[in-house]
Design a protein around this ligand. Structure first.
Ligand code: ZN
Length: 373
């Protein structure tokens, strides 16, 4: 700075604009520049840590839609109220879940609602030192978690975000405990699929559990007649409220074994889901062999190979498809429907209803779910 030969008075100048006068525009530019460079410097010096976060996320054995949602969460691409406000789409910025603070992705993570859900699930968050370093905070938090806890954490954030969206768009009045139960059961199903170990199921699941959000759960079962070599498939689709969306019974001739009968029922469940236009689907049954083969990505070499191939080829119909094994008590409605099928000579389908005895059984499932609220 050149020195003056005279003795002028001190003056406050704004060095971030050539006019040396403050303007909102130059203030915004300065803030963006300073915070970005801080982030860039800290990210460059911790690049391995960030890499670990992304590779840990993409390696998790969970549906891609959940990983993509979490990635958008990390990148601040979610339509939070603050992001919608910045895009001039939304006027209110308050958090949908607690109404307390502005709804940023950062706030969603540390929202009292989120921390309460996470603490019920055994996950304790520690506070980051500054909001600007939250990506680094997230990576160091991930570093402390084992794979199972990572799955639980990522699925929880996805569940909370879906819960928040349902609250806005569907005016849903699901309780927080209901959400905790859903996350536990969903992670239980994922773990059981990943481990290919059905022994985890009976202990954790004795009752039918509804799907979350827009996902539809289709239960299937088969009634096999060894004398006449016939079978009857029972398939029933229910939504997150436990309501029947569609149901069907389908007879099959020349069925050599109960396994083939169950494979037909699984295919029938997929066809019902496709014909009804469901996009995100869980196919659930008590036939462990069929569920394991449906989940196995490799070509099947058993006598069921042509049917397993049909099951695999139907994956393309859906944006999200999960196969889940449950014990018989969780599959009572589909079982009953398969038995009812014996009364009908041809295929029968119902939309938003089912035979009275089946509706009664579905209501029983729903009552048990409602009782947990
Ligand atoms: Zn909040």
């Amino acid at each position: 700075m050149p020195l003056s030969s005279s003795n002028p008075d001190d003056a406050i100048i704004w060095r971030f604009d050539s006019s040396e006068c403050y303007s909102v525009k130059s203030g915004y530019r300065m803030l963006a520049h300073v915070s970005d460079s801080q982030i860039i410097v800290s990210i460059i010096s911790n690049v391995d840590q960030i890499k670990r976060l992304y590779s840990a996320l993409w390696s998790l054995a969970i549906p891609t839609k959940i990983k993509v949602m979490f990635w958008r969460f990390i990148k601040n691409y979610l339509p939070t109220n603050v992001n919608l406000y910045n895009m001039r789409i939304h006027l209110a910025t308050n958090c949908t879940l607690c109404a307390g603070e502005a709804e940023t992705v950062y706030h969603i993570l540390f929202c009292p609602f989120t921390t309460s859900i996470l603490s019920h699930l055994g996950i304790a968050l520690f506070l980051p030192s500054s909001e600007h370093n939250w990506l680094l905070w997230l990576s160091s938090f991930f570093d402390q978690l084992d794979k199972k806890k990572m799955v639980l954490f990522v699925v929880s954030i996805w569940g909370i975000w879906t819960y928040r969206n349902n609250k806005i768009h569907n005016q849903m009045s699901q309780s927080a405990m209901d959400l905790v139960r859903f996350i536990k059961s969903y992670v239980g199903e994922l773990t059981s699929i990943a481990d290919n170990d059905a022994s985890l199921c009976p202990a954790s699941r004795m009752h039918w559990i509804p799907p979350l959000g827009d996902t539809i759960k289709v239960n299937f079962d088969a009634c096999f007649n060894s004398r006449y070599r016939t079978s009857f498939s029972g398939v029933v689709a229910r939504n997150n409220g436990g309501y029947i969306m569609a149901a069907g019974t389908i007879p099959h001739l020349f069925v050599p074994s109960p396994e083939v009968a169950e494979a037909y029922a699984c295919i029938d469940a997929l066809m019902l889901a496709r014909d009804a236009g469901f996009n995100s689907v869980i196919i659930e049954g008590d036939a462990l062999t069929i569920i394991n083969k449906a989940n196995c990505r490799e070509a099947d070499r058993s006598v069921l190979r042509s049917l397993v191939k049909q099951i695999h080829s139907r994956r393309a119909f859906f944006a999200s498809l999960t196969f889940s094994h449950v014990v018989r008590t969780c599959n009572a409605v589909a079982h009953l429907l398969a038995r009812e099928g014996r009364d009908f000579p041809g295929p029968r389908f119902w939309v938003e209803e089912a035979p009275p005895s089946v509706e009664e059984a579905a209501l029983k499932d729903k009552r048990w779910v409602d009782l947990q609220n």
